[in-house]
Design a protein around this ligand. Structure first.
Ligand SMILES: [Zn+2]
Length: 119
């Protein structure tokens, strides 16, 4: 299954490994069909509690593109739902409702900015 890696933000394949009765998740990254990196995500049952590794730690605040961080966060939010096994449909519907609210928030911000410059 192709997903956005919650650790590095790149596209990859979600893989499950069973060890000592537990299942661990990794994202495998390929380049030209060759495995180039494995990102450890964590035990499957604790995946929803995996700490977000934000781009904030990779750059300084002056160079930070806050909209890119927001887009990245939304992609990570969606990719976490994609690997849900329990009540997936309900979680997808909940995500749609939250994203619709977020869209309204963005529309309000755009309208407020347009008023300021009288577009
Ligand atoms: Zn990765």
């Amino acid at each position: 299954m192709t997903t956005i890696c919650p650790r590095c933000g790149e596209e990859g394949s979600l893989c499950r490994y069973r060890r000592n009765k537990r299942v661990y998740l990794y994202v495998h990254h390929y380049q030209k069909g060759k495995l180039i990196q494995k990102c450890y995500i964590g035990p499957e049952e604790y995946y929803v509690h995996t700490e977000h590794i934000l781009k904030l730690s990779l750059t300084n605040l002056n160079d930070l593109d806050f909209l890119e961080v927001a887009k990245d966060s939304i992609n990570r939010y969606i990719s976490k739902i994609e690997i849900e096994k329990i009540e997936k449909e309900r979680k997808i519907k909940e995500a749609i409702a939250k994203l619709e609210d977020f869209k309204k928030f963005i529309d309000d911000c755009i309208n407020e900015l347009k008023i300021r410059v009288k577009i």
